[in-house]
Design a protein around this ligand. Structure first.
Ligand code: 3H9
Length: 694
């Protein structure tokens, strides 16, 4: 008997109830239990139909990721589905929660489907570098048609119950709150009407549409650039036109296994595990009490403060927003209303939801109005003296125990903690711009931050839909510290003769959404110049000399927002090479007597990426992060490092740290110790023949 599936019969309707926490994955015992339930149903003439349902908060959320890479115990998922296809009585899936991957495939292999109204459906396999391997590529187009099936199978997005019903992927939406009862009634009705089993496998493929395949290929080249699994999913759907169903699903499974053995899936599965691992903080008990946050404050209503307010209010948290004066407050509320209104106009938010969010925000120009908050996030100008003054005020106007978090990108949080007079209550919460959109949140534990506060801000990050990663105090924390080394190397490459456009192309083809110079233009060159100024005291002569950003800012070229930066921009912000940039680089070389040379793609890629890997190794060695997982998760979600390479530390491991070290040593000889001293931990691990991951 299966430990995870309970079989029962009531009034001629059998039920297989799967209970396999946390997400009812199709582990070996679930597959075994389903097979036993089908056999029991077949053997009992009094049973007219079988309902497959799950306990807990979700229907099956997929194949069991923990079984991947191990030999598959019998019966395999395809065997169980083949039993469903051959069954002599109707099988009804009663689904709720998230019906994902292999779970969606089990539901599609059942003959009928009834769903709770809030159910979400999808094939997230591509996000793990895989593709549906349990008949999904064959049954979905047969039921829904190609136009609905292709995006579902190749992009990994989810759809709701309404769309699933409209696409013929489910038969009914449960109306009340009792899915089990409604599913039994649905099964009873089928029996009463004499409706038998109805296998999707027996349906013909929809009419072939080569144009739709071609269109999907183009969409994937744009949306899933560089990823192999989505194209393999498309290839598997095509097989449905060339082979009988049974043959096509066998080939589909073979493609699934090829994907599983490939480097992209290994990298993406590593990230899936790492994203969950970073929530568990070493040394912090999982049951550490967290403080109740019923009302949050935001002080400073510039671009970051506004985004943070939006993120908090969107999660249903009342926000007290403190601006410098009424004109700042009005400008902030106008900007927020504009962004949310455009979401309403696009149909991605209802007017009611927008009104609700706006009603959660109270504004004031008096910090004393923060007295009833349990958390205040400071997002004032990036200036140490101003921030110190703000923290001194916050220390006085808020209740002891109110968490005081800074959104600073570079400044020392320990200094702010001292200024507050309540160092144990102070931490960092570093959001990424736009803060209401970007998933990454760098939470920062300062020297005296209380453990309970660390637990609270990690939990709060999750509550507001972010992916929180914990960092210690250092200049730039994880992402900006590593990015600053890439920026420096980018400027040096330009000084040596590489064109910014060529450098950007190298990183685009590696898989980044944009290169460093296009990113600089997007973020604003004035912002980059300010960050360089903040670091000027500790900068080398060579770093100061590579003052391209300052030159452009002096000419009023601030990037996209002024139509000119490294690139030129038209009124639609479409970029083209900027002749002024070429002139600036040539004049710079002449002024400083620099000789320009041809620089190959490999050198560009290695200098930009290894500069970050080396800095990551320093972060690890200094204990700023406890594990390489924090770095990989932060860089993928904060900087757009392509997930299918697994992030910088995983990627370096795949290359081999001995090789990475040898290249860094070579750069040290060319460029000097100041820029390319190998991180001690990198040298140590390379010597031990291990990777960042043991
Ligand atoms: C597939 O199905 C292949 C088939 O096509 C082919 C078959 C032949 N297995 O995310 P959470 C664990 S590929 C095992 O924090 P949430 C997870 O590790 C699969 N374990 O919760 C965590 O454990 P821990 C396609 C899994 O509520 C715990 O559950 N399916 C699996 O925020 C809670 O997870 C997917 O890719 C799994 N499949 O979100 C779905 N999934 O606490 C991936 C989760 O020990 N899963 N766990 O770290 C998800 O998207 C989310 O977990 C879900 C819940 C939305 C379900």
């Amino acid at each position: 008997m299966s430990q995870t599936v309970t079989y029962s019969v009531q009034d001629g309707i059998a039920e297989a109830l799967i209970d396999n926490p946390p997400v009812n994955a199709t582990s070996a015992s679930v597959r075994q239990g389903l097979a036993e339930a089908i056999r029991a149903m077949e053997a009992d003439p009094s049973v007219k139909a079988l309902v497959v349902r799950c306990a807990g908060k979700t229907f099956i959320a997929g194949a069991d990721i923990k079984e991947f890479g191990k030999p598959m115990a019998d019966p395999g998922l395809p065997e169980v589905m083949a039993m469903m296809d051959r069954a002599s009585k109707p099988i009804i899936a009663a689904v709720h929660g998230t019906v994902l991957g292999g779970g969606f495939e089990v539901a599609l292999a059942c003959h009928y489907r009834i769903a709770d109204k809030d159910t979400r459906f999808g094939f997230p396999e591509v996000k793990l570098g895989l593709m549906p391997g349990g008949g999904g590529t064959q049954r979905t187009p047969r039921l829904a048609g190609l136009a609905a099936a292709l995006p579902l199978l190749t992009e990994g997005n989810q759809i709701g119950a309404d769309k699933a019903l409209a696409s013929n992927l489910i038969d009914a939406i449960a109306q009340g709150g009792d899915l089990a009862a409604e599913a039994r009634a649905f099964a009873g009705q089928l029996a009463a009407q004499g409706k038998g089993p109805r296998s999707a496998a027996a349906l013909p493929m929809p009419a072939d549409d080569p144009a739709l395949f071609e269109e999907t290929r183009k969409t994937l080249a744009r949306k899933m650039r560089g990823q192999t699994a989505p194209l393999r999913a498309l290839e598997a759907v095509r097989l449905g036109y060339e082979l009988p169903f049974d043959e096509a699903v066998k080939r589909e499974l073979a493609i699934f296994r090829e994907c599983m053995a490939g480097p992209q899936s290994k990298a993406l599965r590593h990230l899936f595990a790492a994203e969950r691992e970073v929530a568990r903080i070493p040394g912090l008990p999982a049951d550490m009490p967290v403080r109740d946050i019923e009302r949050a404050g935001v002080i400073g209503l510039g671009v970051m403060g506004r985004g943070i307010m939006m993120a908090l209010a969107s999660a249903g948290l009342p926000v007290v927003a403190i601006g410098l004066d009424q004109s700042h407050i009005d400008a902030a509320m106008k900007a927020i209303t504009k962004i949310w209104s455009s979401s309403v106009a696009r149909g991605s938010m209802t007017q009611e939801a927008m009104d609700k969010r706006l009603a959660l925000i109270t504004t004031s120009d008096d910090p004393r109005d923060l007295s009833a908050t349990q958390l205040v996030i400071e997002a004032v100008t990036e200036d140490l003296e101003i921030k110190k003054a703000v923290f001194a005020t916050l220390g006085q106007v808020t209740q002891p125990g109110t968490i005081l978090a800074s959104n600073t990108s570079f400044l020392n949080i320990d200094t702010l903690a001292q200024a507050s007079g309540r160092a144990e209550d102070v931490c960092g919460m570093h959001f990424f711009n736009p803060a209401h959109v970007m998933r990454l949140l760098e939470n920062v534990r300062a020297g005296q931050t209380a453990p309970e506060i660390v637990a609270t801000i990690m939990a709060l990050g999750k509550r507001i839909g972010k992916l929180p990663v914990l960092s210690g105090v250092c200049d730039g924390f994880i992402v900006n510290r590593m990015l600053s080394k890439r920026s420096r190397e980018g400027f040096f490459l330009v000084e040596e003769g590489a064109k910014p456009t060529d450098i950007d192309k190298v990183l685009l083809s590696y898989g980044f959404p944009m290169g460093p110079f296009a990113l600089g233009d997007l973020a604003g060159l004035d912002v980059q110049a300010a960050a360089r100024k903040a670091r000027a005291a500790s900068a080398t002569e060579r770093e100061l000399r590579a003052d391209f950003v300052e030159q452009m800012v002096a000419e009023g070229r601030l990037g996209q927002k002024t139509g000119s930066g490294w690139y030129s921009y038209d009124e639609n912000r479409k970029a083209s090479p900027n002749p002024l940039t070429d002139q600036m680089i040539a004049a710079h070389a002449q002024r400083h007597g620099l000789t320009l040379r041809e620089i190959g793609e490999e050198e560009i890629r290695e200098r930009l990426l290894y500069a970050m890997v080396n800095e990551g190794a320093k972060l690890l060695g200094e204990g700023i992060v406890p594990r390489p997982q924090e770095i990989d998760v932060a860089m993928v979600n904060g900087l757009g490092w392509p997930g299918y390479t697994g992030g910088p530390m995983h990627w370096a491991d795949q290359i081999g740290l001995d090789k990475v070290l040898a290249t860094i040593e070579r750069f040290r000889e060319q460029q000097g110790d100041a820029y390319w001293t190998p991180a001690p931990l990198l040298a140590q691990y390379a010597g031990e023949g291990r990777g960042f991951y043991a």
